[in-house]
Design a protein around this ligand. Structure first.
Ligand code: GLN
Length: 232
């Protein structure tokens, strides 16, 4: 049964908010409401228990120390149960690293919550700048901004989110992010959903459980196309 209301859970924004990824929730709520689907954005602090009733969970980018605090606070089994129930998860940069098996923060290896079979190692440099990728899940190329020190190595059965056209993504492997079921991880800030409305609609359709009605948002389309031209 397709859903007519959505709960969008912004996880630990006080820790995972450094790169402005909180804007992703506003875009999702706006584009859901444009289709007559009501959408509530719920902020869950690192001191709160994670609700299991969310339809979309969002993890953002962060500095190393905040990333470790957030990892400690996430209850792995609860989170896994939620995502296994079919909820959508979008995990950006630090959030993406957290859902793997391990990453490095301030020189130390840290266990991730292990939702995905992938590890993040210290990169050979800091990966900073505009990034453009092509993802098989979206017709249009996806643009964003990246700023991270980690490079991510995907386990054998994990598909990347896309092929890198410009920038670094997971490191020097030529791909960015990871996708498993309704879990999407990527290095793209922007916020990514503000810059790429087609991707926002893909996540919404997964959460609602059916294709969405078209929404002719000329301004968002024009902005996305300008960014695609600007990032070479
Ligand atoms: N602290 C992580 C790194 O530098 C993630 C940074 C980010 O979220 N932008 O790799």
């Amino acid at each position: 049964m397709p859903k007519s209301e959505l709960s969008i859970v912004r996880v630990h924004n006080e820790l995972l908010g450094t790169y402005g990824d909180r804007g992703n929730s506003d875009v999702l709520a706006f584009r859901a409401q444009a289709r007559g689907i009501s959408a509530d954005v719920v902020d869950i602090s690192y001191r709160d228990a994670l609700p299991t009733t969310g339809d979309i969970y969002l993890l953002g980018g962060a500095e190393d120390a905040a990333q470790v605090l957030s990892t400690d606070a996430l209850n792995r089994s609860l989170f896994a149960a939620t995502i296994e129930n079919g909820a959508v998860l979008l995990a950006i940069c630090a959030g993406f690293q957290i859902i793997g098996t391990s990453y490095y923060a301030q020189g130390n290896r840290v266990d991730g919550i292990g939702l995905l079979d992938m590890e993040t190692l210290p990169g050979d440099r800091r990966y900073v700048g505009d990034i453009k990728i092509h993802s098989p899940w979206c017709e249009s190329d996806i643009t964003g901004f990246e700023n991270h020190g980690g490079k991510t190595i995907l386990g054998r059965d994990i598909s990347p989110f896309g092929e890198v056209i410009t920038g670094f993504g997971n490191g020097e492997s030529g791909v960015d992010g990871a996708v498993v079921g309704n879990i999407f991880g990527t290095y793209l800030h922007g916020p990514i959903l503000a810059r790429n409305p087609e991707f926002a609609d893909l996540l919404l359709a997964r959460a609602v459980g059916k294709a969405l009605e078209p929404f002719d948002d000329e301004l968002a389309k024009r902005y996305a196309s300008e960014r695609r031209k600007a990032v070479r």
